[in-house]
Design a protein around this ligand. Structure first.
Ligand code: SF4
Ligand code: SF4
Ligand code: SF4
Length: 375
């Protein structure tokens, strides 16, 4: 089983300003940043599996194990134990979204086998943190929880009636299920594919080629978010909606934009999922919280630091996703070049023409000085 990396899905490939290091934090012995891009030795294999569940944009995957396929096959089976001895290569391949979705979609309580992990190890701490966050979020709108069997003797139940391996025809239909049932304003239209980008034994240094650049421009939502959408749609809607502290929710965010925003357009052009968007005139900045994977890229690229996290995450968003307008602008046509610009009050020309005009004035004044004329 090999670790694969899809460079086009990594937010570091999108912008040199990205500070994302979630994969490095998850697998510090295996992943490191080289020339601003995550690098690893394919031979590190499963030690690096934790980065799969950590990456907000699902840039990492395994050659012989699909977390999306596992989600469906696990729910179809009768086993309610998730174990590296049974059905996953490592529990750390599961993201918090997967854990929440599994707990929500399962009739019976799911137990996660942690006995395979060394006490006090980074991997065990990381998995326990994910389970804790998943249970915390789950407790805010229902009574479903995940169990662990740490320190208990694992009871591995073999499912005699487990369904046979799905045929090629059946597997696409599961993905169709994701595609058809997870739509927020038409953004979620693509069937996901887990591309194999890398297959070698040495340290991988990833290059940008034209195919990667073209792929970066595509906005797409990770499968784990589509899975969360679909399970939430089937979950009982709570009577009251809680608000969780934003620092307690690591995989989704709600934001606002303050007055310092210049409408430079970078954040909504660069957002990998389309959570931030604009209209045809670029006069609005809209935000769909349920499309946000908290990759932090929009914050990293915003020069005036105008994008702020809301102090609380409203659970209502899970059940009634909305698009909010975070900023609106007056767009005017430049008297000099005819291009549209963001009007801030009084100016008749776009910023570029104003700079050019200032430079022309400066050169004109200098020329006069050199001729000894009064300026
Ligand atoms: S986007 Fe994923 S692969 Fe890229 S740096 Fe962040 S966690 Fe690592
Ligand atoms: S929020 Fe920041 S990055 Fe986005 S348009 Fe405004 S200034 Fe630019
Ligand atoms: S809104 Fe920002 S944090 Fe959320 S997915 Fe887009 S770029 Fe990432």
């Amino acid at each position: 089983m090999k670790l694969h990396f899809d460079l086009a899905s990594c937010v570091r490939a999108t912008s040199k300003f990205s500070e994302c290091e979630k994969c490095v934090y998850a697998a510090p012995g295996s992943i490191r940043i080289v020339e601003n891009i995550p690098s690893f030795k394919v031979a590190t294999g499963l030690e690096a599996a934790a980065c799969i569940g950590a990456c907000p944009t699902e840039a990492f995957s395994l050659s012989d194990f699909s977390v999306t396929e596992f989600f469906f096959s696990f729910l179809e089976s009768k086993v309610r134990l998730i174990s590296s001895n049974l059905n996953v290569p490592c529990v750390s391949v599961l993201s918090i979204e997967h854990l929440i979705s599994l707990a929500l979609a399962s009739e019976e309580v799911i137990t996660i086998d942690l006995n395979a992990y060394k006490e006090g190890s980074h991997l065990l701490d990381l998995i326990e943190d994910r389970i804790e966050e998943a249970n915390f979020v789950l407790s805010s709108f229902g009574d479903k929880q995940l169990n662990t069997n740490l320190n208990a003797v694992p009871h591995i139940e073999i499912d005699e009636t487990a369904p046979e391996k799905k045929s090629e025809e059946e597997i696409p239909s599961r993905r169709d299920f994701l595609r058809k049932t997870t739509s927020v304003k038409g953004v979620v239209e693509h069937k996901q594919a887990f591309d194999e980008a890398v297959d070698a034994d040495e340290l991988q240094i990833f290059d940008m080629d034209t195919s990667v650049i073209a792929k970066i421009k595509d906005k797409h939502l990770p499968d784990k978010r589509k899975i969360l959408f679909t399970t939430l749609k089937r979950a009982a809607v709570p009577e009251n909606f809680e608000v969780l502290a934003q620092e307690d929710v690591s995989f989704v965010s709600q934001k606002f934009i303050d007055d310092s925003c210049t409408n430079c357009q970078i954040c909504y052009r660069i957002c990998p999922t389309g959570a931030l968007s604009s209209n045809g005139k670029f006069s609005l900045i809209n935000f769909d919280a349920m499309l946000c994977v908290k990759c932090h890229l929009c914050h990293d690229v915003c020069e005036p630091n105008s994008i702020q996290l809301q102090s609380g995450f409203e659970i209502k968003e899970f059940f009634e996703p909305t698009q909010r307008t975070l900023a609106s602008f007056t767009i005017k046509r430049c008297n000099e070049c005819g291009n549209n610009f963001t009007y801030t009050g009084g100016e008749q020309a776009c910023p570029r023409c104003m700079v050019e005009e200032e430079e022309a004035m400066f050169l004109h004044d200098n020329a006069k000085r050199m001729k000894g004329l009064d300026v």
